[in-house]
Design a protein. Structure first.
Length: 127
């Protein structure tokens, strides 16, 4: 409401992306291995840049260790040589330079003013 009111004062159109914090809830009856695979898929699909990607996990305390083990196994199944070495792991381009094939679609000035915070060693090469 505060944002909408501030925009209205200046007759500025406003669109809000209202994605909230999306939990993954794993109760005692659900297949832990399947939950781990689905979580990993959700967090890595489109480099995790979807509004419904899970942000946190709620799992029964007595299932926590099993869930972590299942998540580690799922990770190694999805990315046997690690995510950064995988061609199927999405990358977010940290900088738009002349030597990249990815360009901003509309206006690059907001993108160029945002400093890259990850080095190429942590983002991978995208090959």
């Amino acid at each position: 409401r505060i944002t909408a009111a501030a925009a209205a004062k200046h007759l500025t159109p406003l669109t809000l992306e209202l994605g909230g914090k999306s939990p993954l809830i794993v109760d005692g009856t659900f297949d832990i291995s399947l939950a781990a695979k689905r979580l990993l898929w959700g967090k890595t699909n489109n480099a995790g840049q979807t509004c419904i990607t899970p942000d946190y996990v709620l799992v029964l305390r007595d299932k926590q260790e099993a869930f972590v083990a299942a998540l580690e196994l799922a990770y190694h199944l999805f990315y046997p040589t690690g995510a950064l070495n995988s061609a199927s792991f999405g990358r977010i381009v940290p900088d738009f330079t002349e030597d990249t094939s990815v360009r901003p679609f509309i206006n690059s000035s907001p993108l160029l003013s945002f400093p890259a915070t990850m080095s190429s060693s942590t983002t991978g090469t995208g090959e």
